[in-house]
Design a protein around this ligand. Structure first.
Ligand SMILES: [Zn+2]
Length: 74
């Protein structure tokens, strides 16, 4: 699980949280209870592919048989 660094703008404290990537931009609460926090850019090296899980492979178009159009049926 990735680790994110936050800084509180109320008291200036920096803290880190471990949370899933889906919660990366969720607001974090300062250990002192402040809500005015900002996420810092961390230097965590992300290995592997960052698959967001959004790209689906295009389905092959089902070819319609144009049998009756070319005179093969009658
Ligand atoms: Zn604080």
């Amino acid at each position: 699980m990735p680790r994110y660094d936050f800084r509180c703008r109320s008291c200036g404290a920096t803290f880190e949280l471990r949370r899933p990537m889906s919660q990366a931009n969720a607001p974090a609460l300062c250990p002192q209870g402040h809500e005015d926090t900002v996420k810092l850019l961390s230097t965590v090296a992300v290995t592997g592919t960052a698959s967001g899980g959004g790209a689906a492979a295009p389905a092959p178009a089902s070819g319609g048989g144009g049998c009756c159009g070319g005179g093969c049926c009658g």
